[in-house]
Design a binder for this molecule. Structure first.
Ligand code: ADP
Ligand code: SF4
Ligand code: MG
Length: 318
């Protein structure tokens, strides 16, 4: 039941940019994810969520740190072993418009993984495509059509079917609903939840706001400038956010929940996000924090456990 599927320890991904400077997109992130669980990863655009997800999947070489999948260290896995691993880990992209090849039929898009891994051919492949279409709430007739014939929500269903084709255990959902109409977002999230239950999937669910994350996540991690500032049980985090950044982030979105509305009063998120090439000294959030003190400039707060399995990085949260 409580098998740890994925563990990352002090993961860093620095991009070398103009003049040889290091852009610290992910700068020391650690978390554990149990099988069947969802970790929601939130934070403003540019804080390193996508880079974190892609590095975990091996799409980027990491700069430092360790990644364990089913207890095995997978940082340096290459060749055949990497191919096997790729079958177990998939990604669903943010933009269902851009991520589907417009010249391929839906059937061929969905079967891409099956073809790459030589998993099924001929009639068996056709059946598999039909099974996958049904699984995500589409029809078998859809297989011969092209992506432009579908709505945004349907395209994301195609993207989900494509990811599921090779029976992965772990899926990075990279803002899978951000590009969709609000009315469609809940449908796609509910589909992901149903599939998770049916197939025992584990998700890293990336989002730049908190509204849908609340619905799908067991745990939530809040990132700011490449680091986690708060991580723990989703309900606790939503009902009693501890970190000033989490509080500010929450105040930016409307959620129909009286308790929640009460906790968010009076906190505003102002100012620009600093550059990850030159992050502020001490606490990275200090340039925008409404309760900043002298110590925040000099000393970086550690991400420490403030209650069981609940961590926060602020000098004034104990
Ligand atoms: N391939 C890349 N090369 C250089 N910088 C990158 C690259 N990908 C992302 N970045 C930078 O890394 C930071 C984190 O980006 P990203 O992970 O996309 O954030 P998020 O998904 O939270 O919006 C940003 O400052 C972004 O500009
Ligand atoms: S450490 Fe200081 S600047 Fe950082 S979040 Fe806490 S109070 Fe704000
Ligand atoms: Mg992103």
């Amino acid at each position: 039941m409580s098998e740890i599927l994925l563990e990352i320890k002090n993961l860093k991904k620095h991009f070398i940019v103009d003049g040889g400077k290091a852009l610290k997109a992910v700068d020391g992130v650690s978390f554990k994810l149990k099988k069947g669980e969802t970790l929601g990863l939130v934070g403003e655009s540019g804080c390193g969520k996508t880079t974190c997800g892609r590095t975990v999947l091996g799409l980027y070489d990491l700069t430092d740190g360790e990644i364990f999948f089913k207890g095995q260290k997978i940082n340096d896995i290459k060749g055949e072993e990497r191919k096997k691993l790729r079958k177990q880990m998939q990604i669903i992209f943010q933009d269902p418009y851009a991520s589907l090849n417009p010249r391929m039929t839906v059937g061929d898009i969905i079967a891409e993984g099956l073809d790459i891994f030589g998993m099924s051919k001929g009639q068996e492949r056709v059946k598999e495509i039909q099974r996958l279409l049904k699984l995500v709430g589409l029809n078998r007739e859809h297989a011969s059509r092209f992506p432009h014939e579908f709505s945004g929500g349907q395209r994301q269903r195609i993207g989900i079917a494509r990811a599921l084709a090779i029976n992965p255990e772990f899926i990075v959902c990279d803002e899978p609903i951000s590009a969709l109409d609000v009315s469609i977002q809940a449908q796609v999230v509910n589909l992901l939840i149903r599939l998770q239950k049916e197939l025992g999937l584990t998700y890293l669910f990336i989002a730049h706001d908190l509204s849908m994350v609340k619905h799908i996540s067991d745990k939530v991690g809040v990132m700011y400038l490449g680091k986690l500032v708060e991580i723990g049980d989703s309900k606790k985090l939503f009902y009693e956010p501890k970190h000033p950044y989490t509080k500010a982030l929450m105040s930016a979105i409307p959620i129909a929940d009286p308790h929640y509305e009460a906790t968010k009063k009076g906190i505003k998120l102002e100012g620009e996000i600093p550059s990850p090439i030159n992050p502020p000294s001490g606490c990275r959030f200090r340039t925008r924090c409404s309760v900043v003190q002298e110590i925040c400039i000099a000393e970086e707060p550690e991400l420490k456990e403030i209650s069981p399995d609940y961590l926060c990085a602020c000098h004034f949260v104990k």
